[in-house]
Design a protein around this ligand. Structure first.
Ligand code: SF4
Length: 465
């Protein structure tokens, strides 16, 4: 159950150029992207010849107020919401980061993780760079600053050719916006249009929130240059061997009202639930889903199985997401505060509980216990993704391989540990089919160990694979 503390999220980015309400639009867009990171939020905007940035720890609504947004008023801005997938949970690591160098000022906001950041950092430090943060994003800034090119565009392109891993990146100067996506397209990034100006965002839900129309996705390996005046054009960073869009965006990360590759996330999740019902039917009285991210899959399961869907668990929405809290002890307490079963729905019933994933297993165990305490006669757990067996190195913090419950355990052993009457996972093949694209177009590494960008030496896989 990832929504309650087992899997930490990545980040959300947004950028707009040439709109007089740029800062306010960025604020609204970050609101829409809040699910992608709740640890810190930031907006940078162009103020005449310099770049002004405001960053803070907490939710978008906690970091910004009218006065701050007034100070950021501009026609060009970028924004970021963060969960720390690399670098510590500190204000200094909040984004966008702003640097000043020979080309002027530059602001960067990055979603993803670079697998060669430590090597690049070592090299740059050897060459005299001084780092102020522990985030990967500063490595990109230093790389750009150290390029010999006199033209900024060439410098950005050359820097991006050196980095490896996953990124959806927006870079802002006083008269240009750059939007770049890693050569495998692991992390999402979309282009929209609003009243003749361009915006970029991690997800389409941010475009809809501000009334922008969707234009297209930034292509894997594309560096899109959006000048304040003049035509938009594309440069090629590199072509990955294959596209490898993160399948977990469909399963859990993205908001259900977002679309990727012209497929709506909610409908894909319903499909995952449907396939799960086809492959793993069970005689039961009621189907329920773990709120919020599993509701779509649960409704798909219920429809296919012809078992009534009921809201069996209620989430307290006002606590903030528990995975902001750093320790396991606090996370478990967060789960108790956050979910409550509806006794009248589950009492004396055989319940199918649908969840999107099991990472460490502690939350699933707790929810099964909650349902039993509320009187459920049987609890059949159905997971709309395969067992999560490999750590993600592309921007999702799943902690160590040793913490993943599916590493070294059979499904039966996991079931026993969680205490469910039955437990089934969707297979990799069926997951990919439900998403509607070929296996080769996805990153499925956390389920298969098939990493699309080969890992550096210091990364080790679980030893039973
Ligand atoms: S390893 Fe998993 S979570 Fe990470 S990018 Fe690949 S599919 Fe997404």
């Amino acid at each position: 159950m990832v929504t309650l503390g087992e899997l930490r999220e990545e980040c959300g980015v947004f950028g707009v150029i040439g709109h007089r309400d740029a800062a306010l639009l960025t604020y609204y867009a970050l609101y829409a992207l809040q699910h992608r990171g709740q640890e810190s939020a930031g907006i940078a905007s162009v103020r005449r010849d310099w770049i002004e940035a405001r960053r803070g720890m907490g939710l978008v609504s906690e970091v910004f107020d009218d006065e701050i947004l007034g100070e950021l008023e501009s026609d060009t801005a970028i924004g970021h919401v963060r969960y720390s997938t690399s670098g510590e949970s500190l204000l200094v690591n909040a984004q966008p980061i702003v640097v000043r160098f020979k080309h002027g000022s530059l602001a960067l906001a990055h979603n993803g993780n670079l697998i060669n950041a430590h090597l690049l950092k070592e090299r740059l430090e050897g060459e005299g760079s001084i780092f102020q943060t522990t985030s990967d994003t500063e490595v990109i800034a230093h790389l750009i600053a150290r390029q010999p090119w006199s033209d900024l565009e060439e410098a950005v392109l050359a820097a991006l050719k050196e980095i490896r891993g996953a990124y959806g990146l927006v870079i802002m100067t006083k008269d240009r916006l750059f939007a770049a996506r890693d050569p495998h397209g692991i992390r999402p990034l979309v282009l929209g249009r609003l009243n003749g100006t361009f915006v970029v965002a991690s997800e389409t839900c941010a475009l809809e929130t501000i009334g922008a129309e969707f234009v297209r996705e930034i292509e894997p390996g594309e560096l899109l240059v959006i000048p304040k005046e003049g035509e938009v054009y594309s440069l090629q960073i590199d072509k990955g061997e294959r596209e490898a869009f993160c399948v977990f965006e469909y399963i859990y990360f993205a908001r259900p009202d977002s679309d990727f590759r012209n497929r709506n996330v909610h409908l894909v999740r319903k499909n995952l639930g449907r396939f799960l019902a086809e492959d793993y039917p069970v005689i039961a009285d009621v189907v329920t889903g773990v709120p919020d991210s599993s509701i779509s899959a649960a409704s798909g399961y219920a429809e296919e199985a012809k078992i009534p869907y009921q809201m069996g668990l209620i989430k307290n929405r006002y606590l903030g997401r528990t995975f902001i809290q750093p320790t396991q002890r606090l996370r478990e307490r967060g789960v108790r505060l956050k979910l409550n079963p509806i006794k009248q729905v589950v009492w004396g019933k055989r319940v199918v509980l649908v969840d999107d994933s099991i990472v460490r297993g502690t939350t699933a165990k707790h929810i099964v216990q909650l349902l039993r305490l509320a009187g459920a006669k049987e609890v059949h757990l159905r997971i709309s993704s395969p067992p999560y067996r490999f750590p993600c190195y592309y921007g999702i913090d799943t902690s160590q391989a040793s913490e993943l419950v599916a590493v070294g355990r059979s499904v039966e052993e996991i079931r026993e540990m969680i205490g469910a009457d039955s437990l089934e996972f969707l297979s990799v093949k069926r997951m990919v089919e439900a998403c509607g694209f070929s296996y080769d177009s996805f990153c499925t590494a956390c389920f298969t160990g098939d990493y699309p960008v080969s890992l550096e030496k210091r990364v080790s896989l679980p030893n039973d694979f």
